[in-house]
Design a protein around this ligand. Structure first.
Ligand SMILES: Cc1ncc(COP(=O)(O)O)c(C=O)c1O
Length: 414
């Protein structure tokens, strides 16, 4: 950052966080490092503008320029994901899900979604979340042995339960999700299909994960994970659904859209449509595969045996640690990740038996194959000797070498 505009301590905290990100290897699977152009769009005059409504139909004057921004963002979303329609206003992934569920369901309706304990998300039926409070959620999970989704079992469960909505998508599932199979189950049991592709949106945009868009009634996503945009949500859907989606987003669950964020989403979507993003998506996946292999060769157990996307769950119970301890030990050597339940975990969520690791952010700063192997070995060393100060010291200096060699925003489009 340049010279802070004032001596407000907030600027010091922002500088501290900027430095922390620069000096750490960011392995939180839901995070990424945006381009300078995405970053710049967020700090513009658009933040000052109220624009309740939609382009051409606003409740405020002076919207002619932000209308252009939102139209272009919508067009880019449709082009990137090959959808008939898009709503780019959701402030977050959760708010995209609120809008989608309100559009597809009546209060109290039955939904079948992935179990939160097996990798689903809070907004897919947690009892204290709006979803669990207002709808009747039931859960499918992964198999105990394979730790994979078994589509035949999900089909049987759906046929018995007859939900009004079937949901696919996860926060911590490392395997390809078979959206076509989900669509056929939904059709068989007379349900609608909603896919929350928050985590894999960037991989879908890059063409390295099958797209749910041709198969689902509504697809929600976040823009800030693998898609590498600003924090926010986005919904793509069919022409039949867009009227309900629009009205449940505004006025359904939001007021004025964040036009500065919509401008930044538009820039991220332009970047996602460029050939370099295909290369990026392929590198994210390749890096995750290499990292999973290195960790597994180093004696750590990868849930389901590997990864097909940007993330993996690592069972750290085999090295005598809880997920919380592993998160802490890695944090001390400047590697950031998060504790995570593994399927059939016997630990409570705040301890957990696993950590979740993703490669979207480190790939954005340019780390490639040799660095994945180096980083993977370092993670194994630290987790196998969590109290050894000399190991921690060695790994800290390895991390320093990597973060200095690969500065953030040096390689992402700027
Ligand atoms: C699958 C899934 N859906 C929705 C969300 C919610 O996104 P947000 O944090 O923007 O509300 C997440 C966030 O991690 C997620 O993983």
């Amino acid at each position: 950052m340049q010279t802070p505009p004032s001596d407000d301590p907030i600027w010091r905290f922002i500088e501290d966080e900027t430095r922390r990100q620069e000096n750490h290897l960011e392995l939180i699977a839901s995070e990424n490092h945006t381009s300078s152009e995405v970053m710049a769009a967020m700090g513009t005059a658009l933040t000052d503008k109220y624009a309740e409504g939609y382009p051409g139909r606003r409740y405020y004057g002076g919207c002619e320029h932000v209308d252009e921004v939102e139209r272009l963002c919508r067009d880019r979303a449709k082009a990137v994901f090959g959808s008939e329609a898009a709503n780019v206003q959701p402030h977050s992934g959760t708010q995209a899900n609120i809008g989608a569920l309100m559009a597809l369901l009546e209060a109290g309706d039955r939904v079948l979604a992935m179990s939160l304990d097996h990798g689903g998300h809070l907004s897919h039926g947690h009892p204290k979340n709006f979803s669990g409070l207002f709808y009747e959620f039931h859960a499918y999970g992964v198999e105990r042995e394979s730790e994979l989704l078994d589509m035949d079992k999900i089909r049987a469960q759906a046929l018995e339960l007859r939900p009004r909505l079937l949901m696919a998508g996860a926060s911590a599932y490392s395997r390809t999700i078979d959206f076509e199979a989900f669509a056929s189950i939904a059709q068989e049991c007379g349900a609608q299909l909603m896919v929350d592709m928050a985590h894999i949106a960037g991989l879908v945009a890059a063409g390295v994960h099958p797209s749910p868009v041709p198969h689902a009634d509504v697809v929600t996503m976040t823009t800030h994970k693998t898609l590498r945009g600003p924090r926010g949500g986005l919904i793509v859907c069919t022409k039949d659904q867009i009227k309900a989606i629009n009205s449940r987003t505004f006025p359904g669950n939001q007021g004025g859209p964040f036009m500065h964020m919509i401008a930044a989403k538009a820039i991220a979507l332009r970047e996602a449509s460029e050939p370099a993003f295909r290369t990026y998506g392929a590198a994210v996946k390749k890096n995750a595969g290499l990292l999973a292999n290195t960790l597994s060769e180093g004696g750590l157990r990868i849930v389901s045996g590997g990864t097909d996307n940007h993330l993996m769950l690592v069972d750290v119970s085999a090295v005598g640690l809880t997920g919380a301890e592993a998160e802490d030990v890695l944090g001390q050597v400047s590697i950031t990740c998060n504790k995570n339940l593994i399927p059939y975990d016997t630990q409570p969520p705040m301890k957990a038996s696993g950590i979740r690791i993703g490669t979207a952010a480190v790939t954005s700063r340019g780390l490639g194959e040799p660095e994945m192997v180096r980083m993977g070995k370092a993670i194994c060393d630290v987790l196998r000797a969590p109290t050894d100060a000399s190991v921690a010291q060695r790994v800290r200096s390895q991390v320093k070498e990597l973060t200095e060699a690969f500065p953030i925003r040096a390689t992402v489009p700027s």
